[in-house]
Write a protein that binds this ligand. Structure first.
Ligand SMILES: Cc1ncc(C[n+]2csc(CCOP(=O)(O)OP(=O)(O)O)c2C)c(N)n1
Ligand code: SF4
Ligand SMILES: [Mg+2]
Length: 287
């Protein structure tokens, strides 16, 4: 991609081939540059990035408590400012579990204080590092080890939590959804966020071949397809207003095809698929 730093800041890590989370972290750090200070809670990105003595980050990076990503970002900003440092970005990379379940209180507090932090949630839609358990961002129907597919209950019976709307409801300075299938849009949103003083949140869809039951070479295509079929709208919230950055009308055939290529949805019945399609249409009416 043009105008992106040629240097690498996240490399030599131990992520599975085709990991969407690793791509999300790599591109974000190339966008923010060497003055980014990264905070990562428990999750795949810290597990694959900090294997002493092989630190996979070229910039400063630290592991936080699971629940405390946002609090540690706040502390880093205060500490560096007290030392007279300027021109850095404190950026968090937390998974869906570490964000929408375990870290939501600290995140909410940091947004409420409008601390000058950038929080990036890489959403692979389950607790992947511990073997694929359901989080509140796991979509309806997905099979995980805690939402197995059987005759009576077929995968996750809950809907994906509306994390972007929850963050926006705080009146945050800047928030966006993004996808590793639309990297230019993702980079633009990171640049925009980095230029805003105050709390910023980016929610990036990052497929996990291991947990989704997909091929390592399908990640980027799947992430783009999720946007294109209407399942994962790309949006922004700034100055108190919502905006759609890449508009796609939900398409039943495309949703069907998107679900069919993922192992985690293979058990779904016609009725389940119809339900996913109607949920997607209902959500798109809120845009
Ligand atoms: C306080 C605490 N509880 C549980 C764990 C175990 N744990 C480590 S990584 C992980 C999964 C994290 O899931 P998510 O935040 O979605 O990130 P992903 O692994 O999917 O990248 C869990 C449950 C832990 N390390 N610390
Ligand atoms: S399990 Fe999934 S999220 Fe974790 S490193 Fe592998 S591909 Fe990435
Ligand atoms: Mg996850």
């Amino acid at each position: 991609m043009k105008n992106l730093d040629k240097n690498e800041y996240f490399f030599g890590h131990k992520a599975c081939a085709g990991c969407g989370g690793a791509l999300a972290v790599r591109i974000a750090l190339k966008t923010l540059g060497e003055r980014a200070v990264a905070v990562l809670p428990a999750g795949c990105m810290s597990a694959v990035g900090f294997n002493f003595p092989q630190l996979a980050f070229a910039n400063n990076a630290i592991i936080s408590t699971f629940a405390g990503t946002a609090s540690m970002l706040t502390g880093i900003v205060s500490g560096l400012r007290a030392r007279g440092e300027t021109g850095f970005t404190a950026v968090g990379f937390a998974g869906d579990g570490g964000t929408a379940d375990i870290g939501i209180q600290a995140l909410s507090g940091a947004i409420d204080r409008n601390d000058d932090i950038l929080y990036i949630c890489y959403d692979n839609e389950a607790y992947m590092n511990t073997g694929v358990q359901k989080s509140s961002l796991t979509p309806f129907g997905a099979r995980t080890t805690t939402t197995p597919a059987g005759d009576r209950i077929r995968g996750n019976i809950r809907e994906k939590k509306r994390m972007f709307e929850i963050v926006a409801a705080h009146g945050i300075s800047y928030a966006a959804t993004a996808s590793v299938g639309y990297l230019r849009d993702y980079v633009e949103k990171i640049r925009k966020a980095a230029a805003v003083r105050g709390a910023k949140y980016i929610h990036v869809l990052a497929p996990c071949p291991t947990g989704w039951g997909t091929g390592a070479d399908e990640t980027v295509e799947l992430a783009a397809e999720a946007v294109d079929c209407g399942l994962f709208p790309l949006r922004e919230f700034s100055d108190g207003k919502f905006r759609v950055t890449i508009r796609r009308t939900p398409n039943a055939g495309a949703i069907r095809a998107h679900l069919a290529r993922q192992g985690r949805f293979r058990h779904l019945t016609e009725e389940d698929i119809e339900h996913v399609i109607s949920l997607t249409a209902a959500r798109s009416n809120h845009l």
